[in-house]
Design a binder for this molecule. Structure first.
Ligand code: FMN
Length: 187
């Protein structure tokens, strides 16, 4: 009789442990993993993105141009500067160096960029055309001299219709970590 109860008890414990194991695995599978991706030519968007990723515990990836932007390239008073020429050409796709490792493991991407001519810099479009965003959620955020995110938001959505887009927001580069956390928690 004692052997019988021991056997029943052992079987029960094995079932219990197996059930616990699989529910943990299921939790891991459904856990959302966020990546903060940013492009920054002068450091403002980098500051925002770094603060955000540190605050929410997300990984960080910088969109690095193959050819760095010089200050002459960024001169918007000069219609022949590299940024002016790129922004006038809807099809311009400046090359990026480097790739996101384990892209498949992320389901949410926060995409941070500066506003150029009321738009996202074309290199952001290069980024959006470099990966398959099916099944991913993207949240755009930006820094700017004052322009809002709206025009760029509709444009990035057009460039990358495969993603699920959430409404983005313009931030000042020095937004506090507290405010960033509050915004993220409400997403
Ligand atoms: C080529 C160029 C065009 C810009 N166009 C705009 C604009 O249309 N509206 C705006 O508010 N700020 C504009 N800015 C200002 C930047 O959006 C702002 O300084 C931003 O925070 C820079 O980010 P970064 O330091 O990460 O590059 C422009 C800056 C550059 C270099």
């Amino acid at each position: 009789m004692k052997k019988f109860f021991t056997a029943i008890f052992s079987a029960f414990m094995i079932l219990l442990l197996t059930a616990c194991g699989s529910s943990n695995a299921a939790q891991m599978d459904t856990q959302s993993k966020t990546l903060v991706v940013f492009f920054s030519a002068n450091g403002h968007t980098a500051e925002l993105a770094k603060n955000l990723s540190a605050t929410i515990g997300a990984d960080l990836f910088e969109i690095t141009p193959k050819v760095e932007y010089t200050s002459a390239d960024l001169d918007w008073h000069n219609e022949k500067s590299r940024s002016s020429v790129e922004m006038k050409d809807e099809k311009a796709r400046p090359e990026i160096t480097g790739k996101i490792e384990n892209f498949d493991s992320y389901n949410t991407i926060i995409l941070a960029y500066p506003i150029w001519w009321d738009m996202e810099p074309r290199i952001v479009d290069t980024f959006l055309e470099s990966y398959n965003f099916t099944g991913k959620t993207i949240v755009p955020i930006c820094t700017s001299g004052g322009s809002g995110i709206e025009n760029s938001q509709s444009h990035v959505q057009k460039i990358c219709p495969a993603a699920t887009w959430k409404n983005g927001k313009r931030f000042s580069a020095s937004t506090s970590k507290d405010d960033l956390k509050k915004w993220y928690d409400k997403l």
